[in-house]
Design a protein around this ligand. Sequence first.
Ligand SMILES: C[S@@+](CC[C@H](N)C(=O)[O-])C[C@H]1O[C@@H](n2cnc3c(N)ncnc32)[C@H](O)[C@@H]1O
Length: 495
Amino acid sequence: MATFFSLYPSTSSSLPSPPRTPKLQFSLLKQNSTCIYFKKRSLYVNSVLSAETDSKVPQTVQTFWQWLKDEGVVSAKTPVRPGVVPEGLGLVATRDVAKNEVILEVPKKYWINPNTVLESEIGNVCSALKPWISVALFFLRERFREDSKWKNYIDILPEYTNSTIFWSEEELSEIQGTQLLSTTLGVKEYVQNEFLKVEEEIIIPNKQLFPIPITLDDFFWAFGILRSRAFSRLRNQNLVIIPFADLVNHSARVTTEDHAYEVRGPAGLFSWDYLFSLRSPLPLKAGEQVFIQYDLNKSNADMALDYGFIDSKSDRDAFTLTLEISDSDVFFGDKLDIAELNGLGETAYFDIKLGQPLPPAMLPYLRLVALGGTDAFLLESIFRNTIWGHLELPISRANEELVCQVVRNACKSALSGYHTTIEEDDKLKEGGNLSPRLEIAVGIRVGEKKVLQQIDDIFRERELELDELEYYQERRLKDLGLVGEQGDIIFWEPK
Ligand SMILES: C[S@@+](CC[C@H](N)C(=O)[O-])C[C@H]1O[C@@H](n2cnc3c(N)ncnc32)[C@H](O)[C@@H]1O
């Protein structure tokens, strides 16, 4: 049966998720937080060209295409070919293609996943490794082998992308103050630590399997390849690279994600196998490029880190607020208990998107964290089953005011960490002519600032309404029938 999946989403894949980024001041609120470069194929052409017919398609791509033909993966009926496109390499239609028509099928024996590694010569030494690390080592070993079965494929892979993990210090300074910078540095540190571990435990003790030294840069290359090209959510496949299918580029014009399926079908002359089957989400004319949607849920920061480009849709602009119950809070135990009863923890992450309302649990969590003083009675165990309902509405003026102040201060503090203003960035974007990496940097920093501004606006407006809001005590009196129409308190006088 067909299974829905998309290019590697950060949550369900075996690839590591980026570490959460550092925090803002005060434990109430903490902050988290087109193009591709090739070593062997030095090309950057702005037209859509296709293999075989075009001398600009590098020899490596021609050889890869011939290999796919020889192996029977493609035939004269295959309606796409690799082509040079603005995004690097891509898939180009060789004839008109209907919407949802199957454009390619790749048999399972050409997929690269942790099982491929297990069945290889390094399978024994890699079996206990994290899936992404074993696949990374596999790629690196195959990359250096002249007799590799995968040589024709590995030869067409880019040397690096515009992912922020490949940026120089100078380029990274353009995202100063952003959550993306903290995430990027966190990911780089994580990858480096994993490399040092695997080098000591696997690579060095098994020199016969890894005769050519593997450097940290090599390891980053493999990480970048997996991060930008792995498909996931395929049945039982959290991390899989599908050569040929991984040439497909992303377009925001595609708004659905269900283009790829795992099917059973003929895989060669006499055999059947699982096939990775890709459909074109858009109708195409001959010569046009195939696009898919990589992941509707990724923020622009995720896209910049994983793929090295960002999308123009504003709801990709996001900022993650990290809230925390301080362990020095006298009510720490009760607050944690309440948070856990409601599916949250000592630390909670809230992804806020431009133009979207705040996540529903954010205000209750903020009120919980800020709860104290005369409101602390609500933390008593008799309220445990009803407290979250109370927290969904304002508790007291003091509590609501504290929440507003803390959020606004945190937003202001975060906004002061960027080295440019929204206006300056908007001007740079309008001017155009930015290098691909600067375009990402400007897009990310202006997007984050706009979200922070949006959060600040929400809590500024709330501050202005503090006198009009209805708080817990009034609601309680109303429930007891002790407040009149005008909000006046009805005193019960015994007859
Ligand atoms: C799965 S690969 C697609 C094939 C790739 N273009 C190549 O040359 O090998 C994903 C990479 O393609 C590039 N890419 C895909 N869609 C893009 C887009 N809309 N804008 C810019 N680059 C894109 C990025 O470098 C990304 O990391």
